[in-house]
Ligand binder design. Sequence first.
Ligand code: AMP
Length: 433
Amino acid sequence: MSFDSLGLDTKILQAIHEQNYTEPTPIQQQAIPVILSGKDLMASAQTGTGKTAGFGLPILQKLHEMQLKTAVKAEPRKGKRRLYALILAPTRELAAQIGENIRDYSRYLAIRSLVVFGGVSINPQMMKLRGGVDILIATPGRLLDLVHQNAVDLSSVKVLVLDEADRMLDMGFIHDIRRVIAKLPKKRQNLMFSATFSDEIKALAQTILKSPESVAVAKDNSASEQITQYVHRVDKRRKRELLSYLIGKNQWQQVLIFTRTKYGANHLAEQLTKDGIKASAIHGNKSQGARTKALADFKSGQIRALVATDIAARGLDIELLPHVVNYELPQVAEDYVHRIGRTGRAQNQGQAISLVCIDELSQLKSIEKLLKTSIPEIFTQGFEVDPRIKAEPVKKATKRAPAKRRGVDKASTSKKNQNSMKQSSHHTYSKTN
Ligand code: AMP
């Protein structure tokens, strides 16, 4: 199937061509005709499937057709431009990425789009809204702020998109979403995208969508087949050393690493930097400016390792990202699917490695149960797990610096640790059995 057969304007086809998209992805093949027909849509698709173009292209097509009909020319008079499509996304990063894509696809159209999210000053956003926009991409909280300040009028919206609806619910946006919807005209087209389909999502869909068409790509909760997954068993205290070793030995130039906590992300980024691997952390406590810079540096290759927490990385679109490392497994098995979905996007191959210590074996089990497969194990000589270490509940990160810790450990090599020392030249054990 080619893009030509989807009924898109040549100006849109030209822009797609320049993105080097040769054929529509499965979600695009299914969703574009439904959206063009004007029906509501419930789509099961993760980020990485090409879903943004799946809703973006038909929205642009419909808007373009409407502009031609109403003979609105390239630069309509100020204030005449009325909001046509509202796209809601859970995170600033996702909103920014959708905005970037929409701009790319609409470069030959007379369409104005704008991205608004919290964490940055509201005034410039209000200024930009003054001239009117056709497509607004927003996080729910900031959108409501703008509505309350009368900076945006939602009464003309023809198409509503809820992207990553599951994550919006997880992040507690349900009330904000309902408040936004109450301000929209009753007659409109609704498009909902979600990676997973809980009962809560289905209930939300029932209240928002009218006789929707359903489309789905890939099996529910399954990982993309273009991603090669591995588990590397390793003792917790040697994870950082192993990670630096793997990055160096395999010469990974761009690797996204997941940690469980914000503290863990910062700490690991610092340690990797000490190991000579340029790294930054990205998480909710960082300012928007710092997050944008870290992401830009990562995309441009100025930093090799980006360390992220689940929420911060949600929806990140990094073209050709080859490696994802789970430094710690997520507590919720579904998050594993989201994490590794950052690689192997569209037509590319990717590799996801999970560094799993003994305390995480039960999490690994739940992930494999969800995937309905076992993930193959790989090993690295010199990093074998110590069979004497027993599982214990996942502990809070220690605040001691590694260099200091080595010193402390050596100094405190007590009798009870001496046996362990004999058998391993790599490290000492403060954790006794
Ligand atoms: P998304 O799921 O929308 O985040 O898209 C994931 C990635 O796939 C993005 O980098 C898109 O630029 C890319 N992409 C979208 N559609 C296509 C296509 N038809 N062919 C190749 N790449 C695509």
